[in-house]
Write a protein that binds this ligand. Structure first.
Ligand SMILES: [Zn+2]
Length: 162
């Protein structure tokens, strides 16, 4: 495939299948054009995920938080994408080894806000195997963990009935 330096059709397809995200986000991660991601997605018969539509829809929900462009820019400069889509923080760390965006905000919370467009509830935790990963998709807050637990319990209950 031409027209896309740094990422092949296969690598995009693999990312879409294992770690689906909006076109622009995958394009950013794999250093290629969003249009190419859109095309691969279409080839795979997957539903389109143009980030703008998604963000607009999210931004009308109550309780949303706006993340300033400047904050997003600084975050992506400091949160370097490494292998398998993890992000390594090259900014400051607290003395407890927490990646810090500013004096009061951890990089986790900022990454979470950028990813989910809302304030995280309770503690933000890294869910992937990479310690101190600051990729928004690899983080969870209390609300997400509670929902996941509920879902697990429902599934177990259903399994029990069968
Ligand atoms: Zn990670």
């Amino acid at each position: 495939m031409s027209g896309c330096r740094g990422a092949s059709w296969e690598s995009i397809a693999r990312t879409l299948q294992t770690d689906n995200a909006p076109d622009a986000e995958i394009a950013d991660r794999l250093h290629c054009a969003p249009a190419f991601v859109r095309r691969v997605r279409k080839d795979l018969g997957m539903r389109p995920w143009p980030v703008r539509v998604e963000l607009q829809r999210r931004s009308v929900k109550p309780g949303d938080c706006e993340v300033a462009d400047e904050v997003q820019r600084r975050y992506s400069e400091l949160a370097v994408v490494i292998e398998d889509g993890h992000r390594r923080w090259r900014g400051r760390f607290s003395k407890d080894n927490v990646p810090m965006y500013s004096h009061k905000d951890s990089a986790y919370r900022v990454a979470f806000r950028i990813q989910h467009r809302r304030e995280p509830v309770g503690q933000v935790r890294v869910e992937c195997e990479r310690a101190r990963c600051v990729e928004g998709l690899h983080l969870s807050d209390q609300l997400m963990r509670e929902r996941a637990k509920e879902l697990r319990q429902e599934t177990e209950a259903l399994d029990g009935q069968l």
